[in-house]
Design a protein around this ligand. Structure first.
Ligand SMILES: Nc1ncnc2c1ncn2[C@@H]1O[C@H](COP(=O)(O)OP(=O)(O)OP(=O)(O)O)[C@@H](O)[C@H]1O
Length: 263
């Protein structure tokens, strides 16, 4: 099988309920390695809940989730991070009092087996200090690659909104993901920041050879960077296809009726 045809993530009949509400309703889908996939749908369609199921924040009531052919349906979030799944959030969740570099280093620690690390730190073992030094170097290298090195020692809160969003993505990349989930990365951005973000996301996919799923309400972003799109409404998958197909799909247009979205 060619790498591009390889399926990285597979969801089979996944269902998540909150009381009487079916937030994700029997969702079946897949993501290919290296793909840039869009996930769209009106407010409350179940998109973020789907991310929460993929990252292990929630467990489904029905169905299975496979990552690189491993059943991860009930794996804990930190196990999935180590397997190579990372995400960003709808609202920026940086450690605002830590520096830009420290934000990235915290994420690097997630790759480690924490109790061994803690023991080494408490015992002040030279290997812990050497590892810390290496992480600092790797963190700085990552910041350089994404163009944030000059801000390494600034507090995260001192960055502009657009750069904070970029740092969030860099922090997710610091965990060494194979699959990156971006939840509304363009939210709150001005048009110029949005264009830069679109280029950055495409560049991240190519440079880090990572598979990306992006939730976004800004259709310009989705139509501009995604190769394939899933559309959800009331928890259900209602359409799937290339941007052009989705733009002209009457079912999708109907789902968005009344919302100010330019398809
Ligand atoms: N923890 C929760 N408890 C109860 N209901 C929830 C919870 N999380 C989400 N929901 C409900 O599940 C439905 C799907 O929500 P979700 O946040 O996944 O939608 P979304 O498509 O991401 O929406 P948006 O585009 O507005 O962010 C909504 O009706 C929401 O109110």
């Amino acid at each position: 099988m060619k790498a591009m045809d390889e399926i990285v993530l597979r969801l089979e009949s996944v269902t998540k309920r909150f009381g009487g509400l079916v937030a994700v309703d029997n969702f079946t889908g897949y993501v290919k390695r290296g793909e840039l996939l869009g996930l769209i749908g009106p407010n409350g369609a179940g998109k973020t809940t789907l991310f929460n199921l993929i990252t292990g924040m929630y467990y489904p009531e029905g169905g299975r989730i496979y990552f690189e052919n491993h059943d991860i349906t009930f794996k804990k979030p930190f196990e999935r991070t180590r397997m190579g799944i990372a995400r960003t959030f709808q609202n920026i969740r940086l450690f605002s009092d830590l520096t830009v570099l420290e934000n990235v280093m915290v994420a690097q620690h997630l790759k480690l087996k924490s109790w061994i690390w803690l023991f080494k730190c408490v015992a002040k073992l030279p290997s812990a200090l050497a590892l810390e030094r290496r992480m600092r170097e790797e963190g700085l290298k990552l910041l350089e690659i994404v163009g944030l090195k000059q801000f390494a020692n600034e507090k995260a809160s001192a960055l502009s909104y657009g750069l904070q969003r970029k740092l969030e993505i860099a922090r997710a990349l610091a965990t060494g993901p194979k699959l990156l989930l971006l939840d509304e990365p363009a939210a709150g951005m001005n048009p110029q920041e949005t264009v830069e973000l679109m280029n950055f996301i495409k560049w991240v996919r190519d440079h880090f050879k990572v598979t990306i799923i992006v939730i976004e309400h800004d259709m310009k972003v989705i139509m501009g960077i995604c190769e394939r799109i899933y559309v959800m409404d009331y928890g259900k998958l209602i359409a799937e296809g290339a941007p052009k197909q989705i733009q002209n799909d009457p079912i999708v247009r109907k789902a968005y009726l009344g919302e100010e979205v330019l398809l």
